[in-house]
Design a protein around this ligand. Structure first.
Ligand code: DC
Length: 218
């Protein structure tokens, strides 16, 4: 069993940015579990499965072979052998991931892979249920959050930077909706583990958050 750092929190809290930086400083591998749920969502979308069709999601998800490779330190998600990284970051895939990840069959399908990665490597793993379900004995657990307005504004600036038209209020509404789904599902909902340390990044820079977590990691 390797050293485990679990980072959970809502959409857009900066988990992946921070987790990547921590992984680099510690020379651990970074495991982005959200990307695995996104790859599953992509598979379901490609198979025209409706997010709320519990039976169809359960039947179809078992045919998605999702694996992880690392190339120059970057996590590559393979869906039935295809590198799907370029397809994962759309709003449609994110929302489908949030909906389909409530299905216990989907979670069961991805859980084994996540635990195996943590058994074989020192990891920084981010997601929604890492500290509560996947790595309950992680040496360090962080719950990283920020206000919905701050999270929406970060996303807004990112999209504007790429010249993608967007609306701040709409982005915030989408974030609130996704948080609600992720926190209120029956299986492995998003919540702070009892022994996780809360870091609210609303008024912090990336460097400040990283430094704060590195102090905790030691
Ligand atoms: O972190 P993200 O936005 O890439 O995650 C996409 C969705 O996947 C998220 O809304 C809920 C789901 N997810 C999950 O249920 N459990 C995880 N450990 C990671 C993500």
């Amino acid at each position: 069993m390797g050293y485990q750092i679990a980072i959970d929190g809502p959409a857009g809290a900066g988990k992946s940015t921070i987790a990547k930086l921590i992984a680099k400083q510690k020379n651990f591998i970074y495991v982005d579990t959200g990307a695995m749920y996104r790859a599953m969502a992509l598979y379901l979308l490609r198979n025209n499965v409706k997010a709320d069709d519990i039976t169809a999601v359960a039947e179809t998800c078992v045919n998605a072979d999702i694996t992880i490779r690392y190339k120059n330190g970057e996590q590559i998600v393979l869906l039935n052998g295809e590198n799907v990284n370029p397809c994962l970051r759309t709003e449609e895939v994110g929302f489908m991931a949030s909906t389909s990840s409530a299905n216990p069959k989907v979670r069961g399908h991805l859980l084994g892979l996540q635990i195996k990665l943590a058994e074989e490597n020192d990891v920084v793993m981010d997601g929604r249920d890492i500290g509560t379900c996947i790595l309950p004995n992680a040496q360090v657990k962080i719950f990283l959050t920020a206000s919905s307005r701050v999270r929406a504004n970060r996303r807004y600036l990112e999209l504007k930077g790429k010249n993608i038209p967007c609306d701040l209020d709409q982005i915030e509404q989408d974030i609130i909706k996704r948080d609600h789904q992720d926190m209120n599902r029956e299986h492995a909902p998003l919540k702070q583990a009892d022994d996780a340390i809360l870091v609210d990044s609303s008024n912090m820079t990336i460097e400040e958050v990283t430094a704060e977590i590195m102090k905790i990691v030691g």
